[in-house]
Design a protein around this ligand. Structure first.
Ligand code: ATP
Ligand code: MG
Length: 419
């Protein structure tokens, strides 16, 4: 652990080195080893092994084999190794460190690391380990499966409508709903994004680090950049706001989301409320777009424009889900008129509960954790349940809002949208 920080160095042909021609079906390797001598040993053995190839930076999807060097921050390193192995079917991790300590070795085994190489590394040991990977990979080849996570973009009809509250709680509910599911919450709002405050996190890294050198984007870089919250949700803040320099570009957002999609089951995105080239890119990549609105006239007015723009740009109606936040049962007539004006039915009505919503934010805890028995929390749980892949046909709900809908409006569950 003589390294000052986990600062992965990529071996990918980007460094001007030419690799011998390898078959695209060769096992892809991502190498994040900072110590030069150790890195060279791995490079040499991989270069001489036709069954393995180094994954180019621009290649989509995760590598099959990750070779990492242990960082000072052991907790974060092992936590990310676990999430790589959990989210990437059939992938393997090798670990190297300048010294062999029994505690670290034990921790590495627990995290699921297949091979541990104390430095200086013996090349024969690398070769033997690679042979074992190749043999395991052959037996797995009959059932290949590459993860393609569900991308859910949450877009605000206007500032302050509750976009971040909804993105945060949806992500936490998705994480809680599936034990072996992985969820990442990404902030693309560059106009005063405040995602870390909702989790009481002070992340050292953000999208800004990815934007600084896009060619370094790979699983190892994400290892360093994502922050894991106690709920299990990984968080990627935007790092940009109105007062900072620079911009989060669509060129940065697209490959990042695609890589995250290959690593996580759910990618939930807080888009803020500004429709620009970057948020348009998010919308393009998203499998579902949750548009958040309220029953306040200026918000409805802008929501209508957003819905029209989304539909006008070819966005499939089925992809869009409308959430009306801060709803009270007395507003049933306004709700009816609003849905008619929008030519769009609301999929969910989120109850108005300012003390609970604000209390959660001020405590730096997601509402579903802060007040799990509240009506709002139950509504979030139902929303997440309906978005879980393969669970789109929601069960008959017993929730008060749905019962109210059934009685007053004559519908009991979200239905397909017809413009
Ligand atoms: N269901 C709700 N009932 C009552 N108040 C709510 C509800 N959801 C959110 N709020 C309140 O609305 C305010 C704005 O919430 P939030 O920050 O999530 O909105 P936003 O759309 O992300 O805002 P911004 O445009 O600043 O990013 C907060 O004070 C929050 O407590
Ligand atoms: Mg927000």
């Amino acid at each position: 652990m003589s390294q000052p920080g986990w600062n992965p160095v990529r071996l990918s042909g980007d460094q001007g080195k030419t690799q011998p021609e390898k078959s695209p079906s060769a096992i892809s390797v991502e190498l994040a080893v900072k110590t030069e001598e150790a890195r060279k040993a791995f490079e040499e053995v991989i270069a001489n092994n036709p069954e393995f190839r180094v994954k180019p930076a621009k290649e989509a999807g995760p590598a099959k084999l990750h070779i990492l060097e242990l960082d000072d921050d052991l907790k974060q390193s092992f936590s990310f190794i676990e999430s790589i192995l959990q989210s990437e079917d059939g992938s393997e991790v090798f670990l190297t460190a300048p010294c062999l300590e029994s505690g670290i070795l034990l921790e590495a085994m627990r995290a699921g690391v297949k091979e541990f190489f104390p430095q200086p590394i013996q090349k024969e040991e690398i070769q033997q380990a690679l042979e074992k990977v190749a043999s395991r990979s052959k037996s797995l080849r009959h059932s290949p499966s590459t993860k393609v996570g569900q991308v859910i973009g949450v877009f605000g009809g206007k500032g302050g409508v509750g976009t971040t509250s909804i993105a945060v709680n949806l992500a936490v509910c998705l994480q809680k709903a599936g034990e072996r599911k992985s969820v990442v919450l990404v902030e693309v709002n560059q106009h005063g994004g405040d995602l870390p405050l909702f989790f009481d996190l002070q992340p050292n890294h953000s999208f800004r680090d990815i934007g600084a050198d896009l060619s370094r984007l790979d699983t190892a870089l994400l290892t360093r950049i994502l922050t894991k919250h106690a709920t299990g949700v990984h968080v990627l803040p935007s790092g940009y706001d109105d007062l900072s320099s620079g911009r989060l570009t669509p060129e940065c957002v697209e490959p990042t989301l695609k890589l995250l999609q290959s690593l996580f089951d759910y990618v939930v995105i807080d888009c803020g409320h500004v429709l620009d080239l970057t948020t348009k890119k998010v919308i393009e990549v998203s499998s579902s777009i949750v548009v958040v609105s309220t029953l306040i006239v200026p918000v409805v007015h802008r929501t209508k424009r957003i819905l029209d723009l989304l539909r006008g740009s070819g966005c499939d109606n089925e992809k869009i889900k409308l959430v009306l936040n801060r709803y009270t049962p007395e507003e049933k007539e306004v709700l009816k008129e609003t849905e008619e004006a929008l030519k769009f039915p609301a999929s969910w009505l989120m109850p108005n509960d300012y003390p609970t919503a604000s209390g959660a934010i001020n405590n730096g805890a997601p509402l579903v954790v802060h007040a799990p028995r509240s009506q709002v929390a139950k509504c979030f749980q139902e929303m997440a349940a309906s978005m879980i892949t393969g669970n789109q046909d929601q069960k008959e709900s017993t929730h008060w809002v749905d019962r109210l809908r059934k009685i007053m409006i004559g519908r009991s569950k979200p239905r397909p949208v017809h413009a």
